[in-house]
Design a protein around this ligand. Structure first.
Ligand code: NDP
Ligand code: 8X3
Length: 251
C-alpha cells in the first residue's frame, strides 16, 4: 500500500485530494493547523473508504514543528511515496505601496518556506528509497501576474521555479516532480484572502462556474497515477470560463 502525505488537508484542494487518494486505496498522512477538521476528515475517510489515516496538526511555517512531525512517524507511515505540497494561501489584495508586511510574511512563510521545509524533510527519505513523487500546488498566479497580486504571485512563481529545479536535482534519484497550476477554484481560498468577508469572497466566482476542489484533486491524482516511467511536469487547469489569470467570461 502506498502512502501519500498531503499538507493543508483541512479544506479545499487538500481535502479533496485526501478523498481521491483514499478512494484509490492509499494510506494517508493529512496535515493542517485545525485539529478538529483533521479529526473529522480522518473519521470520514475511515468510514467511507476504510482508510488508514494519520492526522498531524502543525503549522508549515514552523520548521521545527515540521521536523518533529515527520521524523517521528509511526513505522507504517515512514515510507512516503507521494508528497503533495498544498498548504498555502493568499492574504490581502493590495497594491504594493499599501501592502501589509504581516500579509507578505504570512504568504512567503507559508507558500515558499513551508513548502521548502516539507520538501527538505521528505525528499531525503525519497532519495533513500530512490523513488517518490513530489507534487507542488502552485497557481496560474505562478505563471502570470495580476493587479494587486504582487506578493501572492511572487510566491507562486517561486513554487513554479522550485518545481523545475527540484525536478533537476532529484532526477538522478528516480523522484518525480509535478507542478499543478490551477486557476479559480471555489474553496476557502477567497474567504481567507479577504479575511472572512464572505460577500467579497462570493463575488470572485459570480457569473461563472469555477473549478471545484475535486476538479483539481482529479488532476493531481491523474499525475500521480501515470506509469512509473512517466513524469507529468506541469498542469495548468482553469474553469472553461477563464482564459488566463485576468480574462474571464461571466454571464
Ligand atoms: P483553502 O483555504 O480551502 O485550503 C488551504 C489549506 O492550507 C487549508 O487546509 C489550511 O489548513 C492549509 N494551510 C494554510 N496555512 C497553513 C499553515 N501555515 N500550516 C499548515 N497548513 C496551512 O484553499 P485551497 O484549497 O484553494 O488552497 C490550497 C492550495 O491551492 C494553496 O496553496 C493555494 O495557494 C492553491 N491554489 C488555490 C486556488 C484557488 O483558486 N482556490 C488556485 C490556485 C492555487 P489550516 O487552516 O487548517 O492550517
Ligand atoms: C489562486 C488563483 O487567480 O486568485 O491561486 O491567483 S488566483
Amino acid at each position: 500500500m502506498k502512502t501519500v502525505l498531503i499538507t493543508g488537508a483541512t479544506s479545499g484542494i487538500g481535502e479533496a485530494c485526501a478523498h481521491i487518494f483514499a478512494e484509490n486505496g492509499y494510506r494517508l498522512i493529512i496535515t493542517g493547523r485545525r485539529e478538529e477538521k483533521l479529526k473529522q476528515l480522518t473519521q470520514t475517510l475511515q468510514t467511507q473508504y476504510g482508510t488508514n489515516t494519520l492526522p498531524l496538526v502543525f503549522d508549515v511555517t514552523n520548521k521545527v514543528a515540521c521536523e518533529n512531525a515527520i521524523t517521528k512517524l509511526p513505522t507504517d507511515y515512514q515510507q512516503i511515496d507521494i508528497l503533495i505540497n498544498n498548504a498555502g494561501l493568499a492574504a490581502g489584495l493590495n497594491p504594493i505601496h499599501e501592502g501589509l508586511h504581516s500579509d507578505w510574511e504570512t504568504m512567503i512563510d507559508t507558500n515558499i518556506k513551508g513548502l521548502l521545509y516539507m520538501a527538505r524533510i521528505v525528499a531525503p527519505m525519497m532519495v533513500l528509497q530512490q523513488a517518490g513523487h513530489i507534487i507542488n500546488i502552485s497557481s496560474i498566479a505562478g505563471k502570470e501576474n495580476y493587479a494587486n497580486g504582487n506578493v501572492y504571485c511572487a510566491t507562486k512563481h517561486a513554487v513554479d521555479s522550485l518545481s523545475q529545479t527540484m525536478r533537476i536535482d532529484l532526477l538522478q534519484h528516480g523522484i518525480r516532480v509535478t507542478n499543478i497550476a490551477p486557476g479559480m477554484v471555489e474553496t476557502e481560498f477567497s474567504l481567507v484572502r479577504y479575511k472572512g468577508d464572505s460577500e467579497r469572497a462570493k463575488k470572485v466566482y459570480a457569473g461563472l462556474t469555477p473549478l471545484s476542489a475535486h476538479d483539481v484533486a482529479d488532476a493531481v491524482y491523474w499525475a500521480a497515477s501515470r506509469p512509473e516511467h512517466v513524469n507529468i511536469s506541469d498542469i495548468t487547469i482553469t474553469p472553461k470560463a477563464q482564459a488566463n489569470a485576468t480574462t474571464t467570461f461571466r454571464k
